[in-house]
Design a protein around this ligand. Structure first.
Ligand code: XLS
Ligand code: NI
Ligand code: NI
Length: 443
């Protein structure tokens, strides 16, 4: 197999002083942070669709990036295999172990689903053959139930029972392929699971059908030996005006309502969090405290733009706070998928590497700073102190559920008025965080 990314060497850690754009400044895979090697703390994955598929096309213009990778034509099995070859070489050069895919990222979709399935069998054999003897494996798989016109009214939420069957068939096959490729997770992102207008929509009916599809997927997955994590990836809008999995709190409530919370967790995407009017850290925190943090789609939005821009993460303040939640979660059962794409004018192969170096370094930096936040202790100590009044006997009774309204009312009446309120010290704490972020990262 000939080299596709010629002139791109294996990317090595060179430290923050290095001026070599094709080197890691912070991601040092063997460095031990908080008792574990960085490469184990940061299970990075490549998104097949953005990295090997997205060619810069947007609503106003054709593609700008040649992603044929030596194949003659796009949309052929020759091209599908060239993408496999390119993907593996790319991951090897960056030291990335995992990839994520939608069924139709792997192969061109045929008119007849039987032929699409045959192609999926062929390409998954090819991937297994090409990754044999490497440590490259699947992080998670999913079915694309939003691009094909048949899904214009939704997949699990469709009004058409035959379309519902096509959604089920795709989920079944995508689960088969995920298991075959060793995936740790299976994702449901509700692409068109939502509505445009209530004038034509039965919301409860649609939500029940989505839950049924997920239950059938869970039962089928478990029956074929999938013991990984099912995931919901919340997003509030786009493509639909209203999407049912608005944010983590909504999706967790849905899973509990339908008895799916033992098998499913959240796949939190940074840009989806901000579209929902939350910070990335908020969505991670809500998931974590509910024991629902499974995986992340690492990217970032653009504050000037109101849509899912899927930029590579560069904001180290955000990656630090994200890594803090991930570390406090005891890591991620699944991993860190770069659901990010190059900007349209970044149209060279080299730009693909620059993008991943940026993303991987931003998260490695976030991990290093998380270790410092924990070792430094000032921020966590402040939080503990802020709630110290609940250490009193009465406070303990409230926490244990032993207090009554009468008891608490008696106390308030006895006090007449509470003590002066204590400062939340936000600016002081932000200063401490800046101080930690702006200090060095060397060993
Ligand atoms: C789109 C989603 C999608 C999912 C997988 O906004 O992020 O890429 O991650 O279907
Ligand atoms: Ni995503
Ligand atoms: Ni997205």
């Amino acid at each position: 197999m000939s080299e596709i990314f010629q002139n791109i060497p294996e990317i090595k850690f060179e430290g923050s002083k290095s001026k070599n754009p094709l080197s890691f400044k912070y991601y040092d895979p063997e460095r031990v942070v908080l008792g574990k090697k960085m490469k184990d703390q940061l299970p990075f994955a490549m998104a097949w669709w953005h990295n090997l598929g997205a060619n810069g096309v947007d609503m106003f213009g054709r593609g700008t990036i040649d992603k044929r990778f030596g194949a003659e034509k796009e949309g052929t099995m020759e091209h599908a295999k060239a993408k496999v070859d390119a993907g593996i070489e790319f991951m090897k050069k960056l030291g990335i172990k995992y990839y994520c895919f939608h069924d139709v990222d792997l192969v061109p979709e045929a008119d007849d689903i039987n032929e699409t399935n045959r192609r999926l069998d062929e390409i998954s054999d090819y991937i297994l053959e090409k990754t044999k003897g490497t440590d490259i494996t699947c992080l998670w798989g999913t079915a694309n139930m939003f691009s094909n016109p048949r899904f214009m009214n939704g997949a699990g939420s469709t009004n058409d029972v035959d379309v519902y069957c096509f959604a089920a068939a795709q989920v079944k096959k995508a689960l088969d392929i995920t298991v075959k490729l060793g995936g740790k997770g299976y994702v449901f992102w509700g692409g068109r699971e939502g509505y445009e207008t209530l004038l034509n929509t039965k919301v409860k009916f649609e939500q029940e059908n989505i839950a049924s599809l997920m239950k059938m997927a869970r039962d089928y997955g478990r029956s074929i030996g999938f013991n990984g994590t099912f995931l919901i990836e919340p997003k509030p809008k786009e493509p639909m005006k209203h999407q049912y999995d608005f944010d983590a709190a909504t999706a967790i409530g849905f899973l509990k309502e339908y008895g799916l919370d033992k098998d499913f967790k959240m796949n939190i995407e940074a840009n989806h969090a901000t579209l929902a009017g939350h910070t990335f850290q908020h969505e991670l925190r809500i998931s974590r405290i509910n024991d629902m943090l499974g995986s992340i789609d690492a990217n970032q939005g653009d504050i000037m733009l109101g849509w899912d821009t899927d930029c590579f993460p560069s904001n180290v303040y955000d990656t630090t706070l994200a890594m803090y939640e991930i570390v406090k979660n005891g890591g991620l059962p699944v991993g860190i998928n770069f659901d990010s794409k190059n900007r349209r004018p970044s149209n060279t192969y080299e730009d693909m590497f620059h993008a991943f170096i940026l993303g991987m370094d931003s998260f490695a930096f976030g991990l290093l700073k998380t270790a410092e936040i924990i070792e430094d202790g000032r921020l966590e100590k402040n939080v503990e102190e802020r709630y110290a009044s609940f250490d009193s006997d009465l406070g303990k009774k409230i926490r244990n559920g032993e207090a009554t309204l009468q008891m608490l009312s008696d106390r308030a009446l006895e006090l007449r008025a509470p003590k002066d309120p204590v400062s939340g010290k936000q600016e002081c704490l932000e200063g401490i965080l800046n101080n930690i972020i702006l200090s060095g990262t060397e060993n």
